[in-house]
Structures are given as C-alpha cells and as structure tokens.
Unconditional design. Structure first.
Length: 105
C-alpha cells in the first residue's frame, strides 16, 4: 500500500511538472496607425429637428410655469400680509369699541 501511494505521488508530481507552461515571448507592439478622420455630421433629419423643437418648447413651458408659480406665491404672501393687517386693525377697533362701551354707563 505504501508503494502504491509512493508511485501515485511520483506520477502526480511528474504530471504537474510536465504541465508547466513556458513564459510567452514578448512580441513588439504593432505600429500605431493614425485614426481615420471623423465623418462630417450628417444633416439633421426632420424627426431630429422636430425632437429638438419639442424639447425647446418643453423647456420654455417649464420656465413659464416656474415664473407663474413664483408670481402666485408672491401674490399669496401679499394677500396674507394684507389679511393679517386688516385682522389686526379689526381687533384694535373692537378693543377700542369695548373700552368705549365699558366707560359709558
């Protein structure tokens, strides 16, 4: 049994040693060739022109919507401020009327 193991180990070692690969030879790189000039841009097709036009229209609509929202916010803020002032004046007037009512018997 020991001899069988020894023989199997020697055979395995021999197979591993035979499977050793040689280092690949270094090959000089191929000379660099200048790239071909890029082709001129093709004329835009009607579909591309329509897409560009639609994108510009969407951007313009977004800008207009943003300005409208800002204007509405400003107007709402002014409206709130005016309502607060009016409410404050109403409270003061009610207080003055209550004081006058209390003073008069």
């Amino acid at each position: 049994m020991k001899k069988t193991l020894l023989v199997a180990a020697l055979i395995a070692f021999g197979l591993v040693a035979c499977g050793k690969k040689e280092e690949p030879k270094v090959v000089a790189p191929a000379p660099v060739v200048a790239p071909a000039p890029a082709p001129a841009e093709p004329a835009p097709t009607p579909v591309d022109a329509a897409k560009d036009s639609a994108a510009k229209a969407v951007d313009a609509a977004k800008d207009a919507a943003g300005k409208t929202v800002d204007a509405a916010k400003d107007a709402a803020g002014k409206s709130v401020d005016a309502a607060k002032d009016a409410a404050g004046k109403s409270v003061e007037a009610a207080k003055d009327a209550a004081k006058d009512a209390v003073k008069k018997p």
